[in-house]
Design a protein around this ligand. Structure first.
Ligand SMILES: [Ca+2]
Ligand SMILES: [Ca+2]
Ligand SMILES: [Ca+2]
Length: 161
């Protein structure tokens, strides 16, 4: 086991859905203005894909499962880290092409978004970094703080500074 893997296990073991849901969005706004990312993210079509039980709400659990699967799909060598080649290099060989919208995947796979997620600046995005970032976004949109996003909250302001 290399150092990176050790670090990942330690970080992930402390990451529960409850702890992720409690992450403050820190700044009032999360800056996702790069390359139309926020626009693609906030489309109802993406929300609909994440809302697996089709009750027109995205729960923190649905959101967690979506991001967990998305990370695993991008992590070609299954080492728990996304490097630059996995992020923007070759096209994703979709194991599950219906997971997200094409527009969202294109906007996500941008080095500026990758750098924003890479908290410790080691040029890879660990699963912990990925989930923490995605939950900052979730929590910024969850205006009513009930760990569920309505369509109105999904499209609400607060992601772009
Ligand atoms: Ca739902
Ligand atoms: Ca990897
Ligand atoms: Ca990193």
């Amino acid at each position: 086991m290399n150092l990176k893997q050790k670090k990942l296990i330690i970080t992930l073991s402390t990451l529960t859905l409850a702890s992720l849901s409690a992450i403050p969005s820190q700044a009032k706004q999360v800056n996702l203005s790069t390359g139309g990312y926020a626009t693609e993210f906030q489309k109802p079509a993406l929300m609909n894909k994440i809302d697996t039980n089709k009750n027109n709400l995205v729960s923190s659990g649905e959101y967690y499962r979506f991001n967990d699967r998305l990370f695993n799909e991008l992590d070609h060598n299954n080492d728990g880290f996304l490097d630059q080649n996995e992020w923007v290099g070759k096209k994703v060989n979709h194991k599950n092409p219906t997971l997200a919208t094409g527009g969202y995947l294109n906007a996500l796979r941008n080095t500026e978004i990758m750098n924003a997620m890479d908290e410790d600046k080691d040029t890879t995005v660990s699963k912990a970094e990925f989930l923490i970032y995605q939950f900052k976004v979730f929590n910024a949109l969850d205006k009513s703080k009930n760990k569920e996003l309505t369509l109105q909250e999904w499209g609400s302001e607060g992601l772009v500074s």
